[in-house]
Design a protein around this ligand. Structure first.
Ligand SMILES: NC(=O)c1ccc[n+]([C@@H]2O[C@H](COP(=O)([O-])OP(=O)(O)OC[C@H]3O[C@@H](n4cnc5c(N)ncnc54)[C@H](OP(=O)(O)O)[C@@H]3O)[C@@H](O)[C@H]2O)c1
Length: 265
């Protein structure tokens, strides 16, 4: 079993390790000690070991998740004793692969990794670039690994993760509408979220059918569903979503420089 080292024991590391454990990973997880609160919580709840230093993390693990905020990357990583045996998994949104290779010239491999906080509770996609067959035995515990063919595609996958958060706001608006029509908040929430999760599970189960085909098969002529859908289409409901996608992609677009320090995913 692969031992996972972690440098940057914060929110991302916490939910990623929780997801690995949820999926059955029982290997050793060796944490950098900074942020004692999260490190000790992970040690207590998820059977992790808090190392004495980041240097000790590198000494004890070949695969190292790096999840500091981008603006701290250089300070956190540059002076450590990296070796060819190390493979780095970077969760640092917006730091491009070339910049990481320049920062860590001695490591054997570097991969960009992205996953949403919900994987702590429910399986979801783990975006990865470049593909890493040797790491599948580790990463598959956390979710369904989606290996992207290039960095541009990886960045688009990151915006898809942003969209998974936008959906909470859509769900809130729909649930609020139910409440306005007299439903109790918990009932409104359960109906709304169930009616998002259900179609997502269904569509994942029939990959051969296009999403529009599934919709058209339900929203047939003279249905209430089609009446509402026609209105949404007439109002170009997808325009602001596409715009938000492009705006986010522009901010994330790989640059030779570190991303805006005030923005993290
Ligand atoms: N949170 C998310 O939902 C999410 C989602 C996708 C990607 N990410 C990515 O994950 C990365 C971390 O985000 P986060 O939300 O987990 O941030 P975070 O909660 O602030 O965690 C970052 C951790 O790194 C620690 N750290 C800072 N400098 C360090 C150093 N020199 N050596 C060792 N550890 C150091 C911080 O310790 P201190 O608190 O003591 O400074 C903190 O515990 C970011 O690059 C972000 O793009 C996060």
């Amino acid at each position: 079993m692969i031992t996972l080292g972690v440098i940057g024991t914060g929110q991302f590391a916490a939910y990623f390790i929780a997801a690995l454990r949820r999926g059955g990973y029982n290997g050793k997880a060796l944490l950098s000690p900074r942020n004692a609160d999260i490190a000790s919580t992970l040690a207590r709840n998820h059977d992790c070991v808090v190392a004495a230093s980041a240097e000790q993390v590198l000494a004890g693990a070949d695969v190292v998740l790096v999840s500091v905020r981008p603006e701290y990357a250089e300070g956190a990583l540059a002076d450590l004793r990296w070796e060819r045996r190390h493979t780095v998994l970077s969760a640092m949104a917006g730091i491009r692969l070339d910049d990481l290779r320049a920062l860590l010239p001695d490591v054997g491999g570097i991969h960009l990794l992205m996953a949403g906080s919900y994987i702590e509770i429910a399986p979801g996609p783990i975006a990865l670039y470049p593909p890493a067959p040797g790491l599948m035995s580790l990463l598959s515990f956390a979710g369904d690994v989606v290996a992207l063919p290039n960095e541009t595609a990886f960045n688009a996958a990151m915006v898809s993760l942003c969209a998974s958060t936008w959906i909470y706001n859509l769900a809130h608006a729909l649930a609020a509408e139910l409440e306005r029509h007299g439903l109790e908040p918990d009932v409104a929430r359960a109906l709304t979220l169930g009616n998002i999760a259900g179609p997502a599970s269904f569509a994942l189960g029939v990959p051969e059918r296009s999403l529009l085909d599934i919709s058209a098969g339900i929203a047939t002529e003279q249905t209430f569903t089609k009446t509402g859908l026609d209105h949404l289409k007439a109002r170009h409901f997808d325009d602001p979503w596409k715009e938000a996608f492009l705006i986010s992609l522009q901010v994330l677009r790989p640059s030779r420089h570190l991303p805006r320090p005030d923005l993290i995913i």
